[in-house]
Ligand binder design. Sequence first.
Ligand code: ATP
Ligand code: MG
Length: 420
Amino acid sequence: MLSKAPRGTRDILPKEVYKWHYVEKKFREICALYGYEEMRTPIFEHTEVFTRSVGDTTDIVQKEMYTFTDKGDRQISLKPEGTAGTIRSFIENKLYADTQPTKLFYITPCFRYERPQAGRQRQFHQFGIEALGSDTPSIDAEVISLAVQFFNELGLKDLSVNINSVGCPVCREEYNKTLKAYLDAKSDVLCETCLERKDKNPMRVIDCKNPTCKANITDIPFMIDHLCDDCENHFDKLQEYLREMDIKFVVDKTIVRGLDYYRKTAFEIISNDIGSQSTVCGGGRYDGLVEQLGGPKGISGIGFGLGAERLLLTLENNNIEIENPKSTDIYIATIGDTAKTKSFGLIKELRDNHISADIDHLGKSLKAQFKYSDKINAKYTIVIGDDELANDAATLKNMETSEQTTVKLSELVNELKNRL
Ligand code: ATP
Ligand code: MG
């Protein structure tokens, strides 16, 4: 137990962390292009923040949340997704009082007690954005386009963008009646979860993974065929904007999303090459959520959450290589104690000049020091031994060309500044 990380968690080791830096940097860059600013919220919130937003008939709240009572008897949950905490903060900090819209992004770990498999972990990471304060479909189009540009710039060109409308409270209520009547007639063939959802949140039945349920509801009515005029217009206009931007999409009636707060636009971005866990990005509009979490009435919102682990898997499966940036400029190899002592003035000066440098701390032989220099991908190795000390000089070896030159210690930093 002591030497094993908890099930469903993964260490991100130095040998792969550069991939994370790369995708995070790209995400920040793209968010900046669209005017989205970073928001950082706590890893945990009062449980109610999630039950009230994600919804208590959802898998996330019913089965997946890490919930505990803290020492002060508070009900606390680790965040299973990024939106709820962001909205809580938006309300608490009265960001709605600023000029709207408010455009936010985050990069955060999330926690869900799920059955771990490739692309499904108990601690995973989400990149997400939230656009608050606008209810026009143009911002829906912007949100989708941001995600698409992010994927494209990473080299992923053929992901499918699937969109749907899940209606609003007005048309959903009507639709739910139709849906419930349909499901009532199927009561004897539905699983227990679906029976419960049929009464509490019937649309959720469409999301059931149980093969028997799936096989028996093939002619289930879909929300998109029962939209009110307002929702219909919103959805049409969104498609118009997407076409104008040349963003390819398909309308997928079956998207209901695993969170209760969605209204109107819901969308998923799918990568067909990472097996069954293929949804890399999911999002939608959540008009009503701000009010539901205790904020003012009438503030709309839309956002997405994008799974970083699944993104990296997708990149890997598409053979998109991320270059590991050479991080060390200089390795200083020394022979003997006097040389090592002397080199400490030099290494300090190099680092003061923002030239990255490393040195032996294990008393390695010269050969072993060169091996280490290779391992850290040093661009140059500086050798200081007795001969060099006698001449106040160092041997400078270009690790790529193997070319060697002797340089006076007093000129070394300037010489390197010119070369690097
Ligand atoms: P799924 O249907 O695969 O369970 P979801 O609908 O539960 O996904 P969302 O709540 O929309 O997922 O979360 C947004 C994104 O976060 C997903 O598209 C996925 O890329 C990622 N994600 C969700 N759960 C996990 C997990 N347990 N491990 C890794 N990534 C996850
Ligand atoms: Mg899920």
